[in-house]
Design a protein around this ligand. Sequence first.
Ligand SMILES: [Zn+2]
Length: 346
Amino acid sequence: MKIPFRRPLSALRRRAADAWVRALIRARQPRTRMEPAPASDRPPTSFVPASADAPAEDADAFDGARAFALLRAQCELGPRSPGSVGHARAKEALLAELARWTDETAVQAWRQKVPRGAGAGQAYEMANLFGRIDPDGAPAREGAAPELMICAHWDTRPVADSDPDPARRHLPVPGANDGASGVAVLLELARALHARRPPRSVGFCLFDGEDLGDYYYGSRIFARAAGMPGFARWRPRAAVLLDMVGGRNLRCTAEINSIVHAPSLWNRVHASAAALGLDARFHGPAMRITDDHVFLNRAGIPSIVLIDYAYPHWHTLADTVESCDAESLQTVGDVVLHFVRALPPA
Ligand SMILES: [Zn+2]
């Protein structure tokens, strides 16, 4: 029997083989890249009425009434689950609003097949929407990471599967708290930080596909991509996720994944709540919740979620504007803004 002589792979061929394996791995995941938001020849206009804009003398403070107007304006677009008319309208409106207040915006778009859960058997166009504000307003160095990213999910659930009426569980939720509240606080924070710039770079990310299929598509695809070239300037050192922060009588959950995986960040944000005399609103019942922050933590980005999981209208048709209030948005907005303003300068 003749044994063929096999030469060891040359470095060049080994690199080619590695690239082939990486391409195979990538082929199993939806293709995605980070692109600048499409340029518009018109100045960005807001989807909230100008009357909601804060008076100039308080421009650098968080305005709960304006955040509430942002929550209402999203609900008026209709349900915003991927594939819906409301989703397409919201993408445009939210990008325009981000562009008003941030130095730079970007979009991570992809096509997502949904094998399980709500919306299963279909593929949807999805997009994570990004913005960043740098301390001096000058474009940040290439690759410079934001110190902090404030995140929320902008999609809403296509089915009200926890509604008390079984005959209405196939209908989409309005998503006033579950969706619009986190987005509203994030956008109002962007406005206040544009009025008086933060001491460190702050990124903003609106995740898509949190509430569809088996959940969290946006944060999962961002977490997988965050280490790749092209994403470096959007990969934050830490992240604060806002979800269901608009319900009346807010009392945020003591969320165990956050406390375990990002204890220092958790403590610093809660020190801001204490400094403002708001800590009673942030020490709700302890609970472990899987949300977008879990995938960022897995990617090595320390992340916490501020969430009131005891909201009684979760995934029901009663998740409406009337179930939310400006005071809850104000509470969360004040705490996050206090924390950002207290970041030590670089
Ligand atoms: Zn939800």
